[in-house]
Design a protein around this ligand. Structure first.
Ligand code: URA
Length: 210
């Protein structure tokens, strides 16, 4: 796990306590920091929030077996950024093309909510990940937490760029464009904050920017 925290990372007391509880309850689950998905040679990095309890925390692949992945992965495939069948398990043979997917925080948090301290503790892994992507041109942040985590990982103030769905930010100290989207969460989809059409537009825009 080159760019991920050690399997038994203890940096976040709340998250390691939750992990211990989950190890008892869900014995077949991964229950550890979740690895990123896709090649480091990709030009696009998609950054989510944190693993879902029965999603990435179970499968050890971001957004996999998670409602948010049911929106994300078919959209990537539709625009040529993935191939194969998304089968909701790590060994489904589904492959990303020129895209890598990671999370702002790599361990599952209680109630899907992360704290500022947890984002800070996990920051070195996001920084290492970004530094290890030589062809990186675009970061797509899913949700405002990811937007802030990415900016801080790259040394910007969160207030330097305002989060807005569809906003494109040229990061002046880097050769990177940060694009914002509402998160593909079940809540956002059910409340129509984000529709499949809105998300398709974001993914289609990636093809133009490459
Ligand atoms: N699953 C993830 O891996 N990340 C998210 O942000 C949501 C679900």
């Amino acid at each position: 796990m080159l760019y991920c925290s050690s399997f038994d990372c203890q940096k976040c007391p709340r998250l390691s306590e939750f992990r211990s509880q989950n190890k008892q309850k869900f014995t077949s689950y991964h229950n550890g920091p979740v690895e990123s998905f896709g090649d480091l040679s990709a030009a696009i990095l998609i950054v989510g929030l944190a693993p879902g309890l029965h999603g990435a925390n179970q499968t050890n692949r971001p957004f996999t077996n998670d409602y948010a992945g049911d929106i994300l992965y078919p959209a990537l495939k539709k625009f040529g950024f993935a191939r194969g069948n998304y089968g909701k398990v790590k060994n489904d043979g589904f492959e990303l093309i020129n895209v890598r997917v990671t999370n702002s925080v790599r361990c599952v948090p209680p109630q899907n909510k992360v704290t500022a301290d947890e984002i800070k503790a996990c920051r070195p892994y996001l920084q290492a990940e970004i530094a290890a992507m030589p062809n990186l041109k675009i970061i797509l942040s899913l949700g405002s937490v990811s937007h802030g985590a990415v900016l801080q990982a790259l040394g910007y103030k969160k207030s330097a760029f305002k989060f807005a769905h569809g906003a494109e930010h040229k990061l002046f100290n880097h050769n990177i464009i940060l694009i914002d989207s509402y998160h593909t969460s079940r809540y956002n989809i059910n409340t129509n904050v984000l529709t499949a059409e809105m998300f398709d537009k974001i993914i289609s825009r990636l093809t133009e920017l490459l």
